[in-house]
Design a protein around this ligand. Structure first.
Ligand SMILES: NC(=O)c1ccc[n+]([C@@H]2O[C@H](COP(=O)([O-])OP(=O)(O)OC[C@H]3O[C@@H](n4cnc5c(N)ncnc54)[C@H](OP(=O)(O)O)[C@@H]3O)[C@@H](O)[C@H]2O)c1
Length: 291
């Protein structure tokens, strides 16, 4: 099966590397061309446009930033749609609007192609290790055909329903993750406030009922003063915006999500958008690391 891969960012680049290492023939495209060079050196064919990727491949994967970006890559000038032929499958692994996803699926079905929404969880470490959780919406037959590809990228791969349901599941994931980050941040702030040793506190609480992916992966980075992005604050804010759009009219029933959206939006306004999500602590306390 010939693969196409569009979007070689923090997530996309290691995912494409894993597909090459698994022996797939992969044609890649990235808007900023320089980011494709590492993939070329590992054996990928580098295309000049998403259209060229779609012409070269049977299954085309996209992982870009937001809904308008997926729209541009699929349907813009020299987009994927222009290079498709009936029977090809497009898999979008970005986190975007479920409603827009259904619309994209209808447009691609009209061309005789399947469209799977397959957003991921597990962050940059999961992308590198090939251990992502992948939540897939779309036709089951197309999902089954792509399962060998998904199995290279992730370890927990689940078909969750029709088109758009993968994205709905991802928004559930993102509300839980965002509130977890808020909780981790406030726990660390309380530890500092009460004069506890932060490393010891982390060690103890991470082994109890408060343990989480966030505590294991992000809290140590905070303690090291490392705010480089694995997942950017501005993208977490985007995911909470997508969740809030989904809740329109019912926001008061989701006070936690509303609070997290407000905090991540404030962090973006304060210029922290390109820090990793662990940088939320810099919104709460600029003094945190001066200890
Ligand atoms: N990082 C994580 O931990 C994580 C985890 C789960 C899901 N996600 C989701 O995965 C997606 C990608 O995240 P990321 O962290 O990899 O972001 P990133 O590092 O910012 O990469 C974004 C990629 O999308 C490309 N892109 C953006 N807009 C585009 C457009 N209009 N046309 C063409 N290409 C475009 C960028 O190209 P350039 O290089 O030219 O900018 C880059 O390759 C997002 O939807 C995010 O929410 C991320």
């Amino acid at each position: 099966m010939k693969l196409g891969f569009i979007g070689l960012g923090l997530m996309g680049a290691p995912m494409a590397v894993n597909l090459l290492k698994a022996g797939y023939e992969v044609t890649v495209y990235n808007r900023t061309a320089a980011k494709a060079e590492k993939l070329r050196s590992l054996g990928a064919t580098v295309a000049g446009s998403p259209k060229q990727v779609a012409s070269n491949a049977e299954v085309i994967i996209t992982i870009v930033s937001d809904t308008p970006d997926v729209h541009a890559v699929l349907f813009g000038a020299n987009g994927v749609a222009a290079g498709l032929a009936p029977g090809k499958i497009v898999i979008d692994m970005s986190t975007i609007s479920p409603e827009a996803t259904v619309g994209f699926a209808e447009r691609l079905q009209a061309l005789g192609c399947d469209f799977l929404d397959a957003p991921v969880s597990g962050g940059e470490p999961g992308a590198i290790a090939g251990t992502l959780t992948i939540m897939v919406g779309g036709r089951k037959a197309a999902f089954e055909k792509c399962l060998p590809v998904f199995s290279v990228l992730g370890k927990n791969v689940v078909h969750v329903g029709e088109s758009g349901k993968g994205q709905c599941t991802k928004l559930v994931n993102q509300i839980i993750c965002a509130l977890n980050i808020v909780a981790m941040t406030e726990g660390l702030l309380l530890a500092k406030h009460t004069g506890l040793d932060l490393e010891h506190t982390l060690q103890v609480v991470a082994g109890g009922a408060a343990g989480s992916w966030m505590l294991n992966n992000l809290a140590p980075r905070i303690l090291n003063g490392d705010f480089a992005p694995g997942f950017m604050i501005k993208l977490q804010q985007k995911d909470l915006r997508l969740a809030m759009e989904r809740l329109e009219g019912d926001e008061e029933k989701f006070p936690g999500a509303a609070l997290a959206y407000e905090l991540f939006s404030q962090a973006v306004s304060r210029g922290l958008g390109e820090q990793g999500t662990q940088g939320l602590i810099n919104l709460m306390s600029e003094e945190f690391m001066k200890r």
